[in-house]
Write a protein that binds this ligand. Structure first.
Ligand SMILES: Nc1ncnc2c1ncn2[C@@H]1O[C@H](COP(=O)(O)OP(=O)(O)OP(=O)(O)O)[C@@H](O)[C@H]1O
Ligand SMILES: [Mg+2]
Length: 360
């Protein structure tokens, strides 16, 4: 659970220290005041990424040189730890209780965070990179090895692509990178295959609440390989090598994977209605919370709900509240105070132009 948040030069917050040690927290304010920015800061300190942008430099307050985000969290032993990310000159420094943490995987295992946002619809009807990102977040939170594989894969891919861009014929070096890509690629693909099944099962149960024929929902994972063995990956990298050298980049690997979502046999990104895509996107996030809560400790699950509940119909809303209640802590944003029973014991913060009423 997060006890206190610290923001410095983060988006429109110059300096903020905020006690948030309640299970349900509401941020209320007019448009453009800084509500989503707070959720983004929470997501950033737990996942080291933003859910809005791939450009970390956008998080820094315009005109400033550096920024930092900190969170005091209670760990499973009941002790408090101070997680801090400082970013200066686009370089990131991670500390826990003041001690430098060299590995991202060590830093981010403290909180597991799912965000519900109006942009979630793009997971269903947007491009394949958005779907891969969704799966990557979910699997990384369940399987620490996945995150480590993704990092090694991405470093080796970048290095191989640098060689290919120069149309280099350094076969020994290319093979060295391909060996890493094959090892990590096989692991990544196997995990993605496993989790597309786990997610599909969870989605079927969820959608049964809303559609008579929820059996009509299906996820089809399209890796470029049917065998997930390291050897077959290595063979394929070798086969593609000459072509890759000519083209100047790596054409094969999990970075091109696709996940197809079908509803009643129709591919959702082409044929789904707006309402269908929106509901399926919401269910994907609810299923994520459910999957995360299969692991023993659920106190570390943080749910962020940005502007989502307002237009949900009552049946969907009821199930939504039930599902997210599995989390240890929930943060909501609203432009006006909600009057649902769910919020009666929550902690309420007014947000106004980069300040939060009740901040220390
Ligand atoms: N890097 C930045 N530096 C300074 N200000 C920023 C930065 N990025 C965004 N802002 C400002 O932050 C504000 C937006 O904050 P945020 O997205 O949290 O609003 P919100 O309260 O969620 O609004 P809405 O209800 O419209 O979603 C805007 O005024 C925007 O100009
Ligand atoms: Mg917002």
């Amino acid at each position: 659970m997060i006890k206190t948040l610290y923001l410095n030069n983060f988006r429109n917050y110059r300096s903020l220290e905020l006690k948030v040690d309640h299970p349900v927290n509401l941020f209320i304010g007019r448009n453009g005041q800084g509500k989503t920015n707070i959720l983004e800061a929470i997501f950033f300190v737990s996942m080291l990424r933003s859910f809005r942008t791939l450009q970390i430099r956008e998080l820094k307050m315009i005109g400033q040189k550096d920024f930092s985000v900190g969170a005091e969290v209670t760990n499973p032993n009941g002790w408090n730890e101070l997680l801090k990310i400082g970013c200066s000159d686009n370089k990131r420094k991670l500390t826990i209780d003041g001690k430098t943490v060299p590995k991202a995987s060590e830093f981010i295992k403290r909180l597991r965070t799912v965000v519900f946002s109006p942009d979630d619809i793009a997971i269903v009807n947007g491009n394949s990179a958005i779907r891969r990102r969704f799966f990557d977040f979910l699997i990384s939170m369940m399987e620490p090895d996945y995150l480590i594989s993704m990092q090694s894969y991405s470093i080796a891919l970048k290095s191989r692509n640098i060689l290919l861009k120069r149309h280099s014929q350094d076969y020994a070096l290319l093979l060295a990178y391909e060996t890493i890509l094959a090892r990590e690629g096989a692991l990544i693909t196997a995990f993605r295959d496993e989790y597309s099944r786990i997610l599909m099962d969870s989605m079927k149960n969820l959608l049964a609440n809303f559609y008579d024929k929820s059996g009509g929902f299906r996820i089809k994972y399209h890796p470029l390989m049917s065998s997930f063995s390291e050897d077959s990956f290595l063979e394929r990298f070798e086969q593609e090598r000459e072509r890759d050298i000519r083209r100047g980049f790596s054409t094969f690997g999990p970075q091109t994977d696709e996940f197809d979502f079908f509803l009643n046999h129709k591919l959702m990104r082409h044929f789904g209605s707006n309402g269908q895509c929106r509901l399926v996107a919401l269910c994907l996030k609810m299923a994520s919370v459910e999957i995360l809560s299969m692991k023993e400790n659920t106190a570390d699950i943080v749910v962020l709900v940005d502007d989502v509940t307002g237009d949900l119909d009552p049946v969907v809303k009821k199930i939504f509240f039930q599902k997210i209640n599995k989390a240890g802590q929930i943060f909501f944003t609203f432009t006006e105070s909600p009057n649902d029973e769910f919020f009666k014991d929550s902690s309420v913060f007014q947000v106004n132009d980069g300040t939060v009423e009740g901040a220390i």
